[in-house]
Design a protein around this ligand. Sequence first.
Ligand SMILES: Nc1ncnc2c1ncn2[C@@H]1O[C@H](COP(=O)(O)OP(=O)(O)O)[C@@H](O)[C@H]1O
Ligand SMILES: [Mg+2]
Length: 294
Amino acid sequence: MSTLPAERLESSAPVLSMRGVSKHFGAVAALTDIELDVHAGEVVALVGDNGAGKSTLVKILSGVHPQDAGTVTFDGKDVTIHSPVDAINLGIATVFQDLALCDNLTVVDNLFLGRELAPWRLNEVEMEVQSWKLLRQLSAKIPSVRIAVASLSGGQRQTVAIARSLLGSPKLIILDEPTAALGVEQTAEVLNLVERLRENGLAVIMISHNMQDVQAVSDRVAVLRLGRNNGTFRMKDVSTDDLIAAITGATDNVVTQRAAQTGAAGAGGKPGVPPEAPAEDRQPAAGTDEGSEQ
Ligand SMILES: Nc1ncnc2c1ncn2[C@@H]1O[C@H](COP(=O)(O)OP(=O)(O)O)[C@@H](O)[C@H]1O
Ligand SMILES: [Mg+2]
């Protein structure tokens, strides 16, 4: 197994590094002073309540919106991502929640849509061979690459969308709620797929609302709250309660954030909550979520 322990991963240079990244929409501060690192062969879950800024962060990385401030370093270079084409050329692939598949087209056609092999005519055989190779690499359970995407299950459709994003040989893949619409069995299939991506050395950012899914596959989890970092945790050090507290704001203080980022909370006391955190900063989770939407 090629998965590295989180400690070793964190000592290597990250593939993606965001520092001080901010984004406003008019008067709304969607993101403020965001930091995020993701390493090769690492799955980082990005979690947070509605309105926390997850989609905005993804849109900055995928070239949909420019950031107002801060730096993005990718593969060792400071980069400016002006457009989705820029993102893809850099090696950042995003699988958006709507998947953007064409239901009436086959699996092969969807995989190669817009980048058909051979300049003057479609090389059908080669595309089919490559499709199978790609799907095998992902241990994907697709019955045939010549059937319409409409006849596939939700999990299989997610697989096709992920496979398509891999054709550009990205270094970072961003998955927006990959299991949101799926049942138990299909969720397991997609989570296996995320593990294949990690084994293949990709850096993965996975947005999810499902703490079970997050805990099943992530090496680290980055919590956003009201557009700010609210803790980055190693998955093995953090409990579900602590994660939910960070999402809802019950551990909303600088001490907690620092301890979580440096891993200092692992020694002794409750993981993710430093023993020196003042009691008055511990608010009940319920009813503290004044700023988020819905
Ligand atoms: N295009 C936009 N125009 C104006 N406000 C936006 C836009 N996109 C997001 N926002 C606002 O930015 C904040 C963060 O939103 P978003 O990134 O969608 O959060 P999340 O994906 O975590 O639910 C919210 O207050 C949202 O209303
Ligand atoms: Mg969103």
